[in-house]
Ligand binder design. Sequence first.
Ligand SMILES: NC(=O)c1ccc[n+]([C@@H]2O[C@H](COP(=O)([O-])OP(=O)(O)OC[C@H]3O[C@@H](n4cnc5c(N)ncnc54)[C@H](OP(=O)(O)O)[C@@H]3O)[C@@H](O)[C@H]2O)c1
Length: 267
Amino acid sequence: MTLSIGCIGCGNMGGAILGGLAQSGKDIKLYGHTRTMSRLDALEAKGVVKVASAEDMPSRCRYLVLAVKPYQAKDVLAQIRDKLSAGNVLVSICAGLGIATLKEASGGRCPVVRCMPNTPAVVGEGVFAFSFEDPSLAPEQRGEILSAFATLGHCVEVPEARFTAFTSLIGAGPAYLFDLMEGMVQAGVALGFQHRDCRAMVAQLFAGCGRMALQRPDVHLMQLRDDVCSPAGTTIAGVNRMDADGLAGKLAQAVFAANDRGREMEG
Ligand SMILES: NC(=O)c1ccc[n+]([C@@H]2O[C@H](COP(=O)([O-])OP(=O)(O)OC[C@H]3O[C@@H](n4cnc5c(N)ncnc54)[C@H](OP(=O)(O)O)[C@@H]3O)[C@@H](O)[C@H]2O)c1
């Protein structure tokens, strides 16, 4: 049977998920419902079927991705709960909403999966955490979800108890890295490069280093750093200054601050 996946809420993330799946080449029927339906025009051209009413989504799609803002989620679930059945699976990407809350809001009518993407999903390079702890979820459904989302980025299974930690590190991660990139670009401009050229070089620097770290998982990151440092050279001078300022420790502190805030918000 052809897989069917629909998104309720097709903004930044819902739109990126539908767009990525539409381009995946997989045999998946895709559906979208969102408050401002004109947002779906570009996705319709890629084969996504527009569904005018949220209540019609559960009968059209087996997998329902809930991609509205967290504060909007309960209203949407109240609207569709009577239409949900055991044949549906609710995949929520709403930050901070746990499986128990989602189960309650959806009347316990179908299995619930919690998912947390990060923004590079919009270019097919996201990291998606999934929690498959709802016992009513079938192993086959877990497999179908992983197989579909693998086309959008790297998928990892994370226990729900570590979702806030994942969010603080990887969900928030793009903010930390863009900040580091901005610092590098500012330095480059101060050294005489045009902003546009410098931004392109710095973006490629981050992409290239990410690929190197991925392709050499057995080489310690400090070894990769050391490989750039010639004795008495320029890089070691910069690295020593970075260490004296405690940059790595400061980054860790930023992740811990995000984690503390996430824990407070869990209530
Ligand atoms: N952005 C991130 O970095 C990120 C990362 C991980 C998880 N998330 C999660 O992803 C979810 C979506 O975030 P986002 O950044 O994609 O937000 P967004 O761009 O604001 O998208 C939300 C979409 O939901 C639509 N919507 C609102 N109420 C609705 C309703 N009652 N029925 C149908 N559609 C409705 C909105 O419609 P309008 O266009 O009319 O406003 C909007 O298009 C959030 O829960 C967030 O926690 C986001």
